[in-house]
Ligand binder design. Structure first.
Ligand SMILES: Nc1nc2c(ncn2[C@@H]2O[C@H](COP(=O)(O)OP(=O)(O)O)[C@@H](O)[C@H]2O)c(=O)[nH]1
Ligand SMILES: [Mg+2]
Length: 448
């Protein structure tokens, strides 16, 4: 695929016990031989002395040779293991460049592995996710994706789609046959089964995306409701300033926390009100912007206020497509204790940010709404790109079923299936653009 040879430090820069320089490409073996002074046999570890041009030893280490295509990138790969030190590894690397390699771009080793069919795109992304994992649950999810669990499920869907397309196109190819179309409703059933499979995969992928990206929760509402107090309660320390003076909070304040393994980014905002103070007015504008980008808004009010009126206000302030939960705070001031109730499909939680009673209900609620099943659940890491492709595939399958059921328009139904297959192909990288590849691999670190 490539005729150039790349090299990079595979271990973190700095002092350490060992540092590894990795070289991949046609010139890898000659570079390795030149530096190690021996011809390494495939997949063996050789102790060697790295020498400079004048024959003086620079380091004593190890060389390993993985001939392509049975290597991590699919090309010839050489690994030079030296003693961890900035100068020694720099020297090894500069020698590799001197001998014809060029510096690797971020993620280029993994990109080559992808282009040489060593792993598919979802697996390649899992490599980066594994490295970036911020929790044990995220590690497990990324590892499952890396081992192909996600790709396997996508392929399952692909073959179900193909089977259905074959049946549909068979009908299309014999329009003159005097056969009743779909006499047993097989096609309908096929579409139904397919959208069910898609639905299940979407659910698991959503959970994976939450593990990877976390849940973006914004606390908003009128001044003095106790938003900053709740923020502090959840964060476990006094992050935000709390006073009885309305309009205390101005800048949105962000904290990252883990709710039993669920990563949550929580934002405290300025209370919604019209203010003549330009600083506070800007704070309110920023609060509104934070609300627009939230996965979930906690609209916070004083429990002593009238609930229906506050719900109406919440719906007026928060756009309809932003998920909403109403928090009625300060239950310590009223006889009725904490609780969770449903108000016309809206979750309403009564709690006290001051005493902490009821905050457990909120934590549980956050886990439920994100579909978080705890650290041991068998999910896989997924990105918003994956969710987007799965949603599009589901949309096409649904549209296809409609064409079939309502209009008996077979051509259009087949067209929808083809589009669904295209969307699924983006997941594993069968269908990709260079732009997408560039975007994905640019987020890797160099040497990966
Ligand atoms: N009694 C009681 N007071 C609270 C509670 N939460 C907040 N407060 C008080 O309400 C006032 C406003 O709190 P703050 O968190 O700054 O509200 P914000 O303006 O919404 O951020 C402060 O005096 C808090 O001590 C609560 O659960 N119970
Ligand atoms: Mg505040």
């Amino acid at each position: 695929m490539y005729d150039d040879t790349i090299a990079a430090l595979a271990t973190p820069p700095g002092k350490g016990a060992v540092s590894i320089v990795r070289v991949s490409g046609a010139k890898a073996l000659t570079i390795g031989m030149e530096l190690a002074g021996l011809r390494p046999s495939p997949r063996h570890a050789h102790v060697c002395t790295f020498r400079d041009k004048t024959g003086l030893p620079v380091d004593r280490g190890m060389v390993l040779f993985f001939p392509g295509p049975r290597s991590s990138t699919g090309e010839d790969v050489i690994e030079l293991h030296g003693h961890g030190g900035v100068v020694v590894s720099d020297w090894l690397l500069s020698q590799a460049f001197h001998l014809g390699a060029r510096p690797a771009e971020p993620g280029e080793f993994t990109l080559r592995a992808f282009l040489n069919d060593k792993l598919d795109l979802a697996q390649a992304e899992a490599v980066a996710d594994l490295v970036d994992s911020g929790s044990r649950a995220a590690v497990r999810a990324a590892a499952r994706s890396l081992c192909g669990a996600f790709s396997e499920r996508v392929r399952e869907l692909q073959s179900a789609l193909t089977a259905l397309r074959v049946r549909l196109e068979a009908w299309l190819d014999f329009p003159d046959e005097e056969l009743e179309l779909d006499p047993h409703g097989d096609l309908d059933a096929g579409f139904g089964a397919l959208s069910e499979l898609l639905e299940r995969l979407l659910g698991e992928a959503r959970q994976g995306a939450v593990l990877r990206d976390g849940l973006n929760v914004v606390i908003a509402g009128p001044p003095n409701a106790g938003k900053s107090s709740l923020m502090n309660r959840l964060a476990g320390y006094d992050a935000a300033i709390v006073t009885q003076i309305p309009g205390t909070t101005r800048d949105p304040l962000r904290e990252y926390l883990s709710v039993d393994g669920l990563p949550v980014c929580i934002t405290d905002t300025a209370g919604f009100r019209t203010s003549t103070d330009p600083v506070e007015a800007e704070g309110v504008r920023r609060a509104q912007r934070a609300v627009e980008h939230a996965d979930r808004v906690l609209w916070m009010v004083d429990v002593r206020e009238d609930l229906p009126a506050e719900v109406t206000r919440a719906h007026a302030e928060v756009a309809g497509d932003v998920a909403l939960t109403v928090i009625r705070n300060k239950v310590d001031l009223v006889p009725q204790g904490p609780g969770l109730e449903d108000h016309d499909g809206l979750s309403v939680i009564r709690l006290s940010a001051l005493t902490g009673e009821g905050t457990e209900l909120l934590r549980e609620h956050l886990k439920v709404i994100s579909g978080f099943g705890g650290e041991s659940s068998g999910t896989f890491s997924a990105r918003s790109r994956h969710l987007d492709a799965l949603l599009r595939a589901r949309g096409h399958v649904r549209a296809g079923l409609e064409q079939l059921k309502e209009k008996r328009a077979l051509e259009l139904a087949a067209e929808e299936l083809r589009a669904a297959q295209g969307a699924l192909g983006e997941l594993t990288g069968e269908v990709t653009s260079d732009d997408l590849l560039g975007e994905i691999f640019a987020s890797f670190c160099i040497g990966k």
